[in-house]
Design a protein around this ligand. Structure first.
Ligand SMILES: [Ca+2]
Length: 484
């Protein structure tokens, strides 16, 4: 028996090597990532019941397998991207939030760790990256060409929404669409698809939008008349049943969400987010159209993801960096010629950490042993296949505690532990908005026990690394307190 297994293994690995050497047979990869795009376009009324115009991404979703229960490993840019691009989970790297000192991570500093681009580059691919792909962690030597993102200039007269300065603003941009940086990034990706390639390629394009501020051409705002805007469902006193660390995650009363809602501009904000979503959909659509028209249409795997979710008032919160459904749920869709069938929908709970092993398996490449996550190839072939349906998300707030926050998303619900002992449990089968914290309800004791056991133990999990922002935040808090 052993001998047979060995022979099969040898056969499989030699096929992998042979494929890697032949550009004709080897699949290309088109890796598409959006920033701060939430799951509203999934047409799940529990998340958002209004209209979202995203024909290009919907077309892509329909052409392969759409994962409707995909979750980020961390609900904010840098740790999420570090996790999916290195394959190393936050609870092993210690990177749970922005501005952590990544070069102090022992898990990421191992020689064996290889970025996703590096996996392809070292196996004979040409690698191209345009726009926002990684944030804080990359291995720059593994790109043939890499042009990072740039923010568009702020429109004259900003802040246009007159609520806040800086990022928390929206309104029509003064630039033509062709002059915008995400349009330019898409142009670069299109140029790669229009070239002849001797080697297989890994091509990544990442949009900065719909990250705030939401400045896009007026025509996108016009697609969403204000009187037709539907607001997300909110519950008054939603935060009353939260433990203190969870309340602090929301910021609650006094946060930007509160400001938007009280100013009467909630619809305007939702309109701006949707307008920017449609602008982004247009850019991804241009890249996907270029692929359709290219000779690589039938030998290119496409994956589209968002780095994490986004709140627009739910749980009295704005933006990201939370462990609730709005902050953690993402979009994830794959089209793999010869593997996926059009119209596939998988409701299994999966993680963005699963992208790395999935792409490796689809291309016949052996990933490094340092990666976490599970290959989704069985679900790409059979989207309803049985699956251990668990997704884990980690976060930290070093100003509050040195312990990580870990959230377990499972078919049975969501369990979150903040720091050492504060907990939440939501029965999402009955409470999809996570309005009622059932942690103390004896009815759920067995479920809670089961989900609690899935949290990586304090002995095994990497605790959050130092954060460069903490000192600054502490100083700001002191100033605020004095002012009060
Ligand atoms: Ca609540």
């Amino acid at each position: 028996m052993k001998k047979i297994c060995f022979t099969i293994l040898l056969f499989v690995s030699s096929v992998g090597v042979a494929r890697a050497q032949s550009a004709d047979e080897q699949m290309n990869v088109l890796f598409l990532v959006a920033d701060d795009l939430n799951s509203w376009m999934l047409e799940d009324a529990d998340r958002y019941a209004g209209k979202v115009i995203a024909p290009n991404l919907r077309k892509l979703a329909g052409s392969g397998v759409n994962f409707t229960r995909a979750y980020t490993a961390a609900p904010v840019c840098s740790p999420s991207r570090t996790a999916f691009f290195s394959g190393v989970a936050p609870w092993r790297s210690g990177i749970y939030n922005n501005a952590q000192i990544i070069n102090k991570s022992e898990a990421l500093n191992q020689d064996a760790v290889l970025s996703l681009a590096g996996l392809f580059k070292t196996r004979g691919y040409d690698t191209f990256g345009y726009g926002k792909i990684t944030h804080g962690w990359d291995q720059k030597e593994h790109w043939n060409e890499h042009v990072g993102h740039k923010r568009d200039p702020v429109p004259p007269g900003a802040p246009l929404a007159k609520l806040s300065g800086g990022e928390q603003d929206w309104g029509p941009i003064h630039l033509a669409e062709e002059q915008m940086n995400d349009t330019g990034g898409a142009n670069k990706a299109i140029a790669v698809l229009e070239k002849k390639h001797d080697k297989p390629f890994f091509l990544a394009y990442g949009s900065f939008n719909p990250h705030m501020p939401w400045y896009v051409p007026q025509k996108y705002f016009d697609m969403y008349p204000l009187d037709q805007i539907v607001l997300p469902e909110l519950k008054e006193n939603d935060l009353d049943d939260l433990p203190p660390l969870a309340k602090a995650v929301s910021d609650g009363i006094g946060s930007f969400a509160d400001k938007v809602i009280k100013s009467g501009k909630h619809k305007e904000a939702v309109q701006a987010f949707l307008a920017t979503t449609t602008y982004v959909d247009t850019q991804f659509g241009r890249v996907l159209d270029a692929l359709e028209k290219s000779p690589y249409k039938d030998n290119t795997i496409v994956v589209f993801l968002t780095d994490h979710g986004f709140h627009l008032g739910e749980k009295l919160h704005w933006q990201k960096t939370t462990l609730w459904e709005e902050g953690t749920r993402t979009l994830l869709m794959f089209r793999a010629p010869g593997v996926t069938k059009a119209g596939g929908v998988s409701q299994r709970f999966v993680s963005l950490l699963d992208i790395y092993p999935t792409l490796a398996e689809l291309c016949g490449l052996t990933p490094p042993t340092t990666i976490d996550g599970r290959s989704l190839v069985p679900l790409l072939k059979a989207p309803k296949a049985p699956w251990e349906s668990t997704a884990i998300t980690g976060l930290c707030d070093k100003t509050k505690t040195d312990f990580a926050y870990i959230s377990i998303r499972h078919e049975l619900g969501r369990y979150t532990r903040y720091g050492a002992e504060e907990e939440e449990f939501y029965d999402t089968t009955k409470d999809p908005h996570e309005w009622t914290n059932q942690i103390d309800n004896p009815k759920y004791a067995t479920t809670v026990k089961k989900l609690r056991a899935l949290v990586p133990s304090f002995d095994d999990a990497a605790q959050p690394l130092p954060s460069a922002l903490v000192k600054k935040r502490r100083e700001t808090q002191k100033v605020r307190k004095k002012k009060r």
